[in-house]
Design a protein around this ligand. Sequence first.
Ligand SMILES: Cc1cc2nc3c(=O)[nH]c(=O)nc-3n(C[C@H](O)[C@H](O)[C@H](O)COP(=O)(O)OP(=O)(O)OC[C@H]3O[C@@H](n4cnc5c(N)ncnc54)[C@H](O)[C@@H]3O)c2cc1C
Length: 400
Amino acid sequence: MLVAGAGPVGMTTALALHARGIPVTILEAESEDRDRSGSRAIYVHGSTLRTLNRVSPGLGSKLVENGLVWPTRRTCWRGKEVFCRTYDSPGGKGDLPHFTSIPQVRTEEFMHEALEDAGIEIHWDSAVEKVDSTEDGVTVETSDGQVWETPYLVGADGGGSTVRKEIGAEFAGDQSENSFIIADVDEVEDDPLPLERLFHYDDPSVGGRNVLLVPFTGGWRLDIQCIEGDDPDELSSDEQMREFVVEVMGEKYADNLTWVSSYKFLQVMADTFIDDHRRVLLVGEAAHLLAPFGARGMNSGVADADEAASAIAVAARSKYDSVAHDEVELFAARREKAARYNLDAAGQALEYLQGDDPVTVLRKEAAAALADYFEPAGEYLDDAPYGPHTPPPIVTTGNY
Ligand SMILES: Cc1cc2nc3c(=O)[nH]c(=O)nc-3n(C[C@H](O)[C@H](O)[C@H](O)COP(=O)(O)OP(=O)(O)OC[C@H]3O[C@@H](n4cnc5c(N)ncnc54)[C@H](O)[C@@H]3O)c2cc1C
């Protein structure tokens, strides 16, 4: 089998196929010595850790050993604390915690090691350029001039996916109204801040903007939400960011900014996750792009990867096309439903944060006013920006 893309989702797909006894090769556009640093996933859900441990024994545990679990959640409202809770066992009591916080670049390093241990090859400098699927399989042409034949192709080639375009699928959805400035700041190792996740509504020290501060191994993610009239380029300049870092984190962090970028988040999914012949499957950001509130991008991509591998493992051994088709269609039904759910959850969080709906604004103000006397009001303010707040959908084939 072939997987396009050696991001976290493509690597997980390859491991999940290998775990099911299916030989697999990855085709990657970039070179082996590429630099993948930058502000991306830090929050890895417990379900992702379990999936990684299942498809590559020990991989999820390695992320836990090298990640961290913060014990404290704290929320402030216009300069005043409205909620704070510290947990004795913040990760829960199971063998894997509810989450771990580790930079994506580290996660990817561990995935690379797992691929090497499993003997899975990555063909670097091999961008997928052309995909031609038929009833019997898929022909893939790569930028190095090679032509590949494969029974199934998984497109894990990210938001600009060539595989998605080649099968004629299209992204539909919208974009966040506000921009967000996202920065990574190195830890001050000999005098670190306490490990807590902080959300500050309308923080007066940064001109009344919302601020999210989250620790990960070796550093902090600082997220500042632009307000009307802001110029994101100006706000993300080195000078301005240095000021923000000092205001939010203290003088000792002034020179520790490692990465800053500004985003408007896309909220989109492909109109189909499979091709007409049920031979090409889209996973991860090739299939959907989500705003990061709720941390569902990479996490849901890992779930896509596992389900795609499961469908292919059955389909590839099926005696009848009808069964193979059904497996691939069921993958699409499940993961399209999950993507819709994740988009809605991230969309609700965005709407809540961008907050011009009068009911939401009033609810936030009322909760802030009550927080001193009524803990659930503070807890509402603490929890609301993340989501999802409803249970996930159950997808069936219609057989009950
Ligand atoms: C600021 C920020 C914070 C985030 N925080 C979180 C978080 O806390 N938790 C979370 O779960 N997610 C988070 N995400 C999302 C997460 O980073 C992405 O969902 C994840 O990187 C998607 O992985 P992927 O493998 O689908 O795509 P990518 O990481 O984009 O990988 C795609 C790969 O395909 C390769 N490729 C591209 N084109 C081709 C081609 N034609 N042929 C072959 N290869 C190709 C690329 O070089 C790349 O290696 C965050 C994102 C951002 C921006």
